[in-house]
Design a protein around this ligand. Structure first.
Ligand code: C5P
Length: 402
């Protein structure tokens, strides 16, 4: 089940074993994975883009500077949106280019930009495999966190015996599953709290003050944290979204209810405040529907809502080890995010530009700047699900300062 709904990139290098990669694609698909295939130039001498496209159900990817996808950093997006990359066959040349960090074709550019696990299935002539240069490259890749399956010993294309034969497709699939299993528990044993959605501040029994937050980003974070093995509580304002699987969901309406639910969920290890909490509410909520009188319209006095993020970040007791804020801004994004980081006392802020022309509010993509006391890191435009997976990986690596 590990491969079900996982986004897998298969990179086919130029070796005679490439024909077996067609069977590998078929087996990965059969296990429920979504498969995109990149062919190196040399690989096209062994298998055709047409057979790869037919088997994977997706257009075979060949070029780095593809006019269709590259204007919005197609290769970076491809790298960021995958759960696993399998390089099969990993030829001596491809391994050498990976080990030295080359990015001169689509395969190596994606490999260099990828943050997901990478599995290689080396395949080459035994003399090439045993050459000190190949061994050096192989062990450098292992040091970089790449995993390998094979090579096996046995009959080769040349009239030779020895080590260099690519692992069989079922072995590669099993190794891929194991790798995903071992890397998918990034937040195992951690308790994570996420707030999401808008809050509604009642004016009377039928009217409220609210905002356009869809809750999609917060729900994606809750889902990704649960998939990474965390025990997740999602405190959600009113949204049209279904409860994510394996997540405890506490639905609330107002900012004050959200604060109460958040405090009740503590202690946690990590708290991510993604909700677009209404800044104000009317000072007195009417207990009956306010009627039009034909005279002067009602005038409301607004009072400020509690700041949930700031309250939790400043707790003396039960402060989560990592407190993350979001900053949705329409101008001076980074300046405002830095100010918020200080004022609200959180560990880092994910800032994004939500000016209407960017289509982020309610949309499926997000463009994030991670603002910490040390500086700013920009993430490219990616799907909200990818932002969530990225955040999970970032949290798993995040060093808590004493
Ligand atoms: O609304 P603002 O831009 O200040 O939100 C920044 C961060 O603070 C977000 O993470 C948001 O979830 C959080 N926040 C909160 N309670 C509020 C206002 C904002 O938790 N009342």
């Amino acid at each position: 089940m590990t491969l079900t709904n996982r986004a897998v990139i298969v990179i086919i290098g130029g070796g005679i074993a490439a024909y077996k990669s067609l069977d590998l694609i078929r087996r990965l698909k059969k296990r429920g994975a979504g498969v995109r295939v990149i062919l190196t130039e040399a690989a096209t001498a062994f298998v055709t883009p047409l057979s790869v496209s037919a088997l994977s159900g997706n257009r075979a990817l060949l070029r780095l500077l593809d006019a269709e996808s590259e204007p919005d950093s197609g290769h970076i997006r491809l790298a960021y949106s995958s759960d696993l990359i399998v390089v099969a066959p990993a030829t001596a040349d491809l391994m050498a280019r990976m080990a030295t960090g080359r990015a001169d074709d689509l395969a190596t550019a994606v490999l260099l930009a990828a943050t997901c696990p990478i599995l290689i299935a080396p395949a080459m002539n035994p003399a090439m495999w045993q050459h000190p240069a190949t061994q050096r490259n192989f062990w450098r890749l292992m040091d970089d966190g790449v995993e390998a399956v094979g090579p096996n010993s046995g009959a080769m294309a040349e009239p030779e015996q020895g080590v260099g034969r690519m692992a069989e497709p079922p072995e590669i699939v099993a190794a891929a599953e194991n790798l995903l299993k071992s890397r998918s528990a990034l937040l195992a044993g951690k308790k994570v709290l996420v707030t999401a959605g808008p809050t509604y501040e009642a004016i009377d029994p039928v009217r409220f003050l609210g905002n356009r937050s869809s809750g999609k980003q917060g729900y994606a974070i809750a889902r990704a944290a649960a998939a990474a093995g965390a025990d997740v509580t999602l405190v959600s304002g009113p949204t049209a979204l279904a409860d994510p699987r394996d997540v405890r969901v506490d639905r609330v309406e107002s900012a004050r209810e959200m604060l109460a639910a958040v405090l009740a969920a503590l202690p946690v290890d990590i708290a991510v405040f993604c909700a677009a909490v209404a800044d104000w509410r009317v000072d007195v909520e009417s207990d009956h529907k306010i009627k039009k009188t034909g005279e002067s319209p009602p005038v409301f006095t607004l009072v400020e809502n509690p700041d949930i993020l700031s309250t939790v970040a400043h707790l003396e007791e039960n402060r989560p080890k990592i407190v993350v804020g979001f900053a949705a801004e329409t101008d001076y994004v980074l300046k405002h995010a830095r100010e918020k980081l200080l004022k609200k006392g959180c560990d880092f802020i994910l800032a994004n530009d939500v000016s209407p022309e960017r289509g982020i509010m309610g949309g499926d993509n997000n463009s994030i700047h991670v603002v910490t006391a040390e500086g700013v890191t920009d993430w490219p435009l990616m799907a909200k699900d990818d932002v969530a997976r990225h955040l999970v990986a970032y949290l798993a690596e995040y060093r808590v300062k004493d």
